[in-house]
Design a binder for this molecule. Sequence first.
Ligand SMILES: Cc1cc2nc3c(=O)[nH]c(=O)nc-3n(C[C@H](O)[C@H](O)[C@H](O)COP(=O)(O)OP(=O)(O)OC[C@H]3O[C@@H](n4cnc5c(N)ncnc54)[C@H](O)[C@@H]3O)c2cc1C
Length: 461
Amino acid sequence: MVHDIIIVGGGVSGTALLYTLSKYTDTGSIGLIEKYHDIGLVNSASTMNSQTLHFGDIETNYTVEKARKVKRSADMVMRYLEAEKEKNCADNTFIKVSKMVLAVGKKQADILRERYSVFGELFPKLRMIGREEIGRLEPAIINGRDPDQELLALVTEDGYTVDFGMLSHSFVKNAKKSKRDISIYLSTKVLKIEKISRGFRIITNRGEFEALSVVVSAGSHSLKIAKSLGYGKNLSILSMAGSFYTGPKVLNGKVYTMQVEKLPFAAIHGDPEVHDRNITRFGPTAKPIFFLERYKYSSFFDYWKTFGLGLKPVRSILKISSDKVIFRYLLKNVVYDFPFIGKRSFLKEIRKIVPEVKLREITFARKIGGTRPQIINNTTRKLEMGEAKITGERIIFNITPSPGASTCLGNAYEDTIKLMDFLDNKFSFNREQFEHDLVNLPDENLPREPVRKKIRVVERK
Ligand SMILES: Cc1cc2nc3c(=O)[nH]c(=O)nc-3n(C[C@H](O)[C@H](O)[C@H](O)COP(=O)(O)OP(=O)(O)OC[C@H]3O[C@@H](n4cnc5c(N)ncnc54)[C@H](O)[C@@H]3O)c2cc1C
């Protein structure tokens, strides 16, 4: 099979690109290869992630530059979701709830107040609220709490809880409607990619494919494939599994805690489950594991191949974990997954949000939570924040820790521009239409009040 473009990976990143290419370009033929029997089953599945559309407003570890970038991409997903909902009001890909970041105690409150003076401008719908309003919106935060404890929160009504697995299916459904030449190969595992004179040969368990250009959006497996082609040699992966605890309905919306600045993970939060508001999920934890894919023990050897067996990655790990803050954080998080003691330690974190929650009310959520491929840069010996993109000759590799689901369309936009260039502009990208549909906010979404200065489809199964 020969295609102009082949996408490896049918998660939310790969399918967002399939949608963008089919709806906004005139690309001749596009193939998407996915190793499982269906799309969206790995990190994009609703059971595997925190289901949050991250904009950067309540993520206190983001810089303003990072927040601006994430917001542009999250706005695209928001506009896509809202447009789909308008076409079909029974669509249950997402729910909309309030969303806040909660500061507990004077130190956190001071940091949040200062943050608001900068972030309030970028997010005009974000409001700073005190104890009374926090109590009105989320009574469980106040009940049983020391009345002298200072509380402050930044809140917005625009909290999106998204089933990114369903979103992946929606992208594929709409890509098929475009009537372009699309082939989706399910249960097809890429074993090797080879460079050939006219592009790439992709060897799978179900035969060989050829493409002029390739995008690998296979989560942490992307780095393994990149390394086999000589790219990303200075990178390793720290695979950070995230687990959750569930409890009864105690919160109306999303409540995030404040994150430590140098940590590249979203802070622990509590929020209603996307398909059952009577369940509150608390988490995620962050525990290093030696697998590329969670619950997939056969990915152990692939993990080490990707990590690299030389001294450089070991030195990086030693340097990263010699930071007291990171070391303590990792140790604490490993304990959260232990039987008996884990639940008791994590309860302390949950009680920072809901003080009266009881031990018997919370349960460790088995087989819930995927793993985030955090990038270790072996040149700087630092953990990198967010997603990584390696651009090679006519090939792109996307490695997507959080908030990779929120940035799927922004990522697809960038990849589409590069792909048109890779294919010598034989095809064109209708950027204006993409931006009209998904970037420019319609008037009703603009702030009403003045901005607060301060503040074809072949399917094989
Ligand atoms: C605990 C946790 C919480 C998170 N919370 C959030 C959140 O709230 N908001 C957010 O935006 N992001 C969140 N994320 C991150 C988000 O889930 C991921 O960034 C996103 O799902 C990545 O999508 P993807 O398509 O790149 O990868 P995946 O969904 O993992 O898809 C990759 C696909 O590639 C396929 N594949 C792999 N290897 C091969 C091969 N050799 N051949 C063929 N196919 C292959 C896989 O089967 C898979 O279907 C969270 C992640 C975790 C683990």
